[in-house]
Each structure stands twice: as structure tokens, then as C-alpha cells.
Design a binder for this molecule. Structure first.
Ligand SMILES: [Zn+2]
Length: 553
């Protein structure tokens, strides 16, 4: 069976463009096919001859490991200037601090670039919650973002409002004004038999390395009638979800009309860890809703179980939140290390991360970790005296947590669209992103861009001693490289160790400096500095994926 027949269909399809392109692609594909048959083994791929600047890597490693400033940066961005919810004055102060550091490191034109239509900002200035009877105890809790505060100090009985159907509303009509209410039942809180922190195993990295070429997203007409039992189960489930959402919306409207003082919600997480989110729209036209408080599950459970025994629970609550309607836009932070090569200096290599965070912790692993690694990477290049051929541009986005708003705005403002890239868009060689926590880089997701596999494998070689060795054809989502990948500009997120990202820190009150791992952060800055350096100096820009139109049959 010839190797060609083992090539995934998508890779075959990508061979269709021009003859010269085909022969080059074909050559690359054959080598890759042979390799795909045995997995994307970085060391084999690295032997494909992509040059590695060992002298520069040595300088980068020395500066990043022996003179690291990454943890100091992180303490400033978290302890002093955290959290960094988009639209809040704290985020602006953090940005001013960052621009000042970029200027101190000698980058050119460090700046804050505005983008429009984010909506109103929001900050929480005070949260006090205390059960006063039957037994006093303080409550761990956080207002959900973009919700209003209480009208001063509220002293009230806590009421469990059980509304599961329209018939239940009458039970509470006219009885809830000024009350603190609970709407949700208690949930199971299972013991944790698995460790909170984890690193990727060799087996899981091998699985990634063996992943097939991702299939382009299905296009064309949506499936009309459910074909299988599973389909109809899915449809039934969707209907049930929609029905629940409808009751929940009517319940919330009722609660609002009843003028309750606040709603307590069972916070996701346990052990004092509370994950928060946004509770209401940022649209300035949206009327203020009801204060919503995510409460630690252990405290939520104690109150509810007491109430269910007919024992009244009294509580004091004061929440002070401020909405910022002055500037309804937001910003990105940008700066450059100018290119030096007459031919290449107008081409650009970008690196970035989102600067914004949620509000309960200090946004340490999400995403001061990514921002500081990028900042430290450019500081390291400057301190090592490395002058790139292409221009290197650092970009720190806001609005990521609300939908990649900052990075998408940047691409829209500067780089164009997939079908019509601007001149600047054509000159971007690639974009490197970091946004999966504090964990060490272990490799790169290729977003289906197989042609970069041997290139990145070679660039990882100098860090193989640190476990940086995996390239996978897989896509990964949920963060800012998608804004670039979406218009056909090579955009990559690194594969990282999980540490406590999913179990403890991602959007929680415990996302603080203590969760950051210094050796991982130093390594990440070094790997990123090296990748960006090599991308800025290689003879050709990074190869781009054949456009989806040329892949789809
Ligand atoms: Zn993030």
C-alpha cells in the first residue's frame, strides 16, 4: 500500500494548488506522510534541516534562567494591578505599568491602542456577607461581574425560593421584597481522589503527536430530521435545556419584580474555591438587574440545610459595585523590536496573550501567566542584545474573556479578512499565543498546518531537556490565536502542562500569585523568545495552510 494512500484526505486535497506549489507540497507531504505513519516524532522531523541558532538560544537560556524577572512581573500584574477585568480602571493602571516597562526595556513605540464597543466597565469595591443567626459565620462569596451592588447594608432572613414551574410563582408573590434569596438546590460535593495538579504524561503527548489532520468544520445545510435514536435524544435534551432556560428567565424576572435584596448562587468549585463569571450584560442600555452572589458551596449548603429544617437564617450583606460608563471601548497593548534586515524588516512576527482576567482572584494563571511570559520573552531578547531581521511585535489583548474581542478587533483594524488581507496582514509571518495557565510549554498545536511541523520540531530541540518535544496537527481553541488562524495567518497556541488550571485556578477566586510555578514561567519565556527569534530570522516567512476553499472537496 503506497504511502500516498495512507495520507489523510485533507492533506491530499491541499496538494491541488499550483504545479510548483504542488511539487513543493508533494515533497513535504511525502516526507510527512512517511513520518505521519510513525507519528509526528519531533526529533525525526527536526532532522529536516531547519537551521537552529544555538548561540542565540544559549544567550536566551542564560538570561531567562539566570536573570529572570518573570515572577517580579507577575507579582506586579497580580498583587498590585490585579484583577484586570476589561473595562475596569485597574486594568488601565496595569496597562500603564506595562507600557512603562516596555519603554524601560527599550522596545519601540510601546502604546495603548483603543478598540470600540466593549460596553461598560465594572468593579467590585466591597463585599461583606455574614450569617448572624442561628450561629454567626462569615461567608466566602463574590458578586458576579456586571451585577449591581446592594442598597447599603442589608440585614435580612434568607429565603429558599423553589420555583420549578409556573404554578409555583403564586407561593411567593408579594413576599420577597428586601429578602436575600436562594433559587438553586444544593448539589453533590464529591471528595477529590485525584490530585489537583497534573503534568502531561508521555502517553498523552504521544497521543497528541499521533493525532490525524483535523477535519475542516462541516459546512452546507444543517441536518433537518433526527436520523438516529441518539439524534432524537440530543434533540430532546436540547428542548429540555431550552425549557429550563425559559423557566430560569421567568424566575429571574419575577425575582427582579419582587425587588429582592440579592440572590445567592451555589458557587462552582469547593474547598473555598469559587469560580465566577459574568452575571449580566455589559450593554449600557441594559437596566441594572439584581445583585447575584456566587457563594462557596460549603456555605451555601449549610444555609440551605438549616432553612430546610425550618430554622430561620439571618444574614448581613453589603456589596458595593461600580459601573464605568465613561469610555465604552477598551484597548490592546502593543510594542515592537524593530527588524534590522533591509529586505525583511517590514515583515512582522507577533507574540501575544490576553491581559484581561475575571475578577474574583488576581488573574494569575489566566492570564497574567501568558502576558508575563510574553513580556519576559521580549525583555530577554533585548537584554541578550539580539537584533532580529524581521520586526517582532508584542500584543497584549483585553476583552478575551468576553469573546476574543481585543484580538479580533486588532485583526479587523489592521490585517483584514480571510478573503482580503491588508498589505500588513500579508506581511505577518505568524502569531504565537500563550493562554493555558502557568504550566510548562510541552509543544505546539499546529492548527492543521503540517508544513510547520519540521520547523517547530527543530526549534524545540534546544529545549528537549526540559520536555519540550511535541507537535500535534490538532487544533486548539478558546483563545486569541484563533483571531489570526481565522483569516489564514499562521496562529499558534503552545501545548502546556495543566498544573491546577482546570481544577482550581481557571476563573476562580484562588487564581492568585501562589498558583504560579516559577520554573515553568522561566522556561515558557525562554521557549517563546527562541521561537520568535527563529521566526524573525528564518529565510522565509512561516508557511501558511492552503486556504479552506482549496481544501474543501
Ligand atoms: Zn485565558
Amino acid at each position: 500500500m503506497s504511502t500516498l494512500s495512507r495520507l489523510p484526505s485533507t492533506l491530499l486535497a491541499s496538494l491541488r494548488p499550483s504545479r510548483r506549489h504542488v511539487t513543493r507540497q508533494f515533497a513535504a507531504a511525502c516526507t510527512l506522510a512517511a513520518l505521519a505513519a510513525i507519528s509526528l516524532d519531533a526529533s525525526v522531523l527536526a532532522a529536516q534541516g531547519e537551521p537552529v541558532d544555538r548561540a542565540a538560544v544559549e544567550k536566551i537560556r542564560r538570561e531567562a534562567f539566570e536573570h529572570s524577572q518573570v515572577m517580579t512581573l507577575l507579582s506586579w500584574l497580580t498583587d498590585v494591578h490585579g484583577p484586570r477585568l476589561t473595562g475596569s480602571p485597574t486594568t488601565r493602571r496595569a496597562a500603564d505599568f506595562t507600557v512603562d516597562r516596555l519603554r524601560q526595556w527599550g522596545l519601540s513605540d510601546p502604546r495603548i491602542e483603543a478598540w470600540p464597543n466593549f460596553g461598560r466597565g465594572w468593579t467590585n469595591e466591597k463585599f461583606y456577607a455574614q450569617v448572624t443567626a442561628p450561629v454567626p459565620f462569615p461567608i466566602i462569596g463574590y458578586p458576579q461581574a456586571w451585577t449591581p451592588g446592594t442598597t447599603g447594608l442589608v440585614k435580612s432572613q434568607v429565603v429558599y425560593v423553589k420555583i420549578d414551574s409556573d404554578a409555583d410563582f403564586a407561593n411567593y408573590k408579594g413576599k420577597l421584597a428586601g429578602k436575600i434569596v436562594m433559587l438553586a438546590p444544593m448539589r453533590e460535593v464529591p471528595a477529590r481522589f485525584e490530585p489537583l495538579a497534573a503534568r502531561r504524561s508521555d502517553a498523552s503527548l504521544e497521543t497528541l503527536a499521533n493525532a490525524p489532520m483535523p477535519q475542516p468544520a462541516a459546512t452546507g445545510p444543517r441536518q433537518s430530521a433526527p436520523r438516529t435514536a441518539a439524534d432524537s435524544a440530543a434533540v430532546r435534551q436540547q428542548d429540555a435545556l431550552r425549557a429550563n432556560a425559559a423557566v430560569a428567565a421567568r424566575r429571574m424576572a419575577f425575582i427582579q419584580d419582587e425587588k429582592v435584596a440579592a440572590v445567592l448562587e451555589p458557587g462552582r468549585g469547593d474547598g473555598g474555591t469559587v469560580f465566577t463569571n459574568n452575571g449580566q450584560s455589559r450593554d449600557p442600555k441594559t437596566p441594572f438587574g439584581t445583585p447575584l452572589i456566587a457563594v462557596a458551596i460549603e456555605h451555601y449548603g449549610r444555609i440551605l440545610r438549616t432553612i430546610e429544617k425550618g430554622v430561620p437564617v439571618e444574614m448581613e450583606l453589603e456589596v458595593r459595585n461600580t459601573f464605568h460608563d465613561g469610555d465604552l471601548g477598551s484597548f490592546n497593548i502593543l510594542a515592537e523590536i524593530p527588524g534590522t534586515d533591509p529586505q525583511l524588516k517590514n515583515e512582522v512576527v507577533m507574540l501575544g496573550a490576553h491581559f484581561d482576567s475575571w475578577h474574583a482572584g488576581t488573574g494569575a494563571t489566566d492570564n497574567a501567566a501568558g502576558s508575563a511570559a510574553m513580556l519576559e520573552a521580549v525583555r530577554v531578547l533585548q537584554a541578550a542584545g539580539l537584533k532580529p531581521k524581521r520586526t517582532i511585535r508584542i500584543a497584549l489583548w483585553t476583552g478575551e474573556e468576553q469573546g476574543l474581542l481585543g484580538s479580533r478587533a486588532y485583526v479587523r483594524q489592521h490585517l483584514g479578512t480571510r478573503d482580503s488581507l491588508t498589505e500588513e496582514g500579508k506581511r505577518i509571518s505568524g502569531y504565537f499565543n500563550l493562554d493555558n495557565g502557568t504550566g510548562a510549554i510541552r509543544g505546539v498545536y499546529l492548527q492543521g498546518n503540517s508544513a510547520v511541523a519540521p520547523i517547530f520540531s527543530a526549534w524545540m530541540q534546544p529545549f528537549a531537556d526540559k520536555g519540550v518535544k511535541t507537535v500535534t496537527l490538532n487544533n486548539t481553541g478558546g483563545t486569541d490565536h484563533l483571531a489570526f488562524d481565522g483569516v489564514g495567518i499562521p496562529g499558534f497556541q503552545f501545548i502546556q502542562d495543566e498544573i491546577e488550571y482546570g481544577t482550581r485556578t481557571h476563573h476562580s477566586n484562588m487564581d492568585t500569585y501562589e498558583r504560579l510555578q516559577a520554573p515553568d514561567m522561566q522556561l515558557n519565556a525562554a521557549v517563546i523568545a527562541s521561537f520568535v527569534w527563529h521566526a524573525a530570522n528564518r529565510a522565509a516567512p512561516l508557511p501558511r495552510k492552503p486556504s479552506p476553499n482549496s481544501i474543501r472537496p
